[in-house]
Ligand binder design. Structure first.
Ligand SMILES: [Mg+2]
Length: 252
């Protein structure tokens, strides 16, 4: 069975929904699920190297599409060992990673935009549920959704639900939103990169197809529930055959 089969079956079921059934909803996490954060991490390291040129050689050895959870660990892995500079970089990273300016640099993973458009074209509400925060990152997030031709709140009726405060816990915030989702309609698909978050979705929405995009995740992940489908990429499927239109304007 293709790793995409559960998603395709969920799309097929969207065709058969009876009139008057609750609104179908597809929920998407952003960081490391839709968007690859590697180029953002690399740009931050390069900006910091303006102040600490000793880092430049090591930074050139980083591959933006193969970076892990933590740019400091990536630099250690390519042989940079000056702990004082890495500690400074860590502070610089914390001050810059969660900002409109840098978040806009994240590209989509291959194929996932086409899949999201195909799902929206079947009448599913596109609901982005993210640990990004409104004050620091909403403007940059909207710009990158537009750049990637993804459904937008104003134009297409999508929902972009972000944390009200940066310091709030991501998973606690998302679990609060579960109640709103139950009231809003019928969650049929949910996409996450964090095993714990995907597991909570599978528990809260047992009828939904919950997908873990196996990219990177926070350290010490909990085991993935058998109820969650693991997908390594979205790039090797012709989603356009399932209703994705070439037009960037999608009505949802
Ligand atoms: Mg994520």
């Amino acid at each position: 069975m293709s790793q995409h089969q559960p998603i395709l079956e969920a799309i097929e079921r969207l065709r058969d929904r009876p009139p008057g059934a609750p609104k179908p909803i597809a929920v998407y996490d952003l960081d490391s699920t839709i968007f690859c954060t590697g180029p953002r991490n690399l740009a931050i390291a390069r900006a910091f190297a303006e102040y600490r040129p000793q880092l430049r050689q090591a930074i050139e050895r980083l591959d933006p599409h193969a970076m892990g959870w933590n740019v400091v660990d990536d630099l250690r892995a390519v042989g940079f060992a000056d702990q004082a500079i890495l500690t400074e970089l860590r502070s610089f990273w914390r001050a810059t990673f969660f900002t409109d300016h840098f978040v806009e640099l994240d590209p989509c993973y291959p194929g996932i935009g086409a899949m999201i458009r195909a799902i929206a074209a079947h009448g599913c509400l596109t609901y982005y549920l993210t640990g990004r925060d409104t004050p620091g990152m909403r403007a940059g997030t909207l710009r990158s959704l537009e750049k990637e031709h993804l459904p937008l709140p104003d134009r297409d009726g999508a929902v972009l639900r972000m944390k009200p405060r940066w310091e709030d816990d991501d998973l606690a915030f998302k679990m609060q939103v579960f109640e709103e989702l139950h009231a809003l309609g019928d969650v049929v698909l949910a996409f996450e990169n964090e095993p714990a978050n995907a597991n909570r979705f599978a528990e809260a929405f047992p009828a939904a197809t919950v997908v873990l995009h196996a990219t990177i995740h926070a350290p010490n992940p909990e085991p993935l529930s058998d109820a969650v489908h693991r997908v390594t990429d979205f790039g090797l499927h012709a989603w356009s055959r399932h209703g994705e239109t070439s037009s960037p304007t999608i009505s949802v």
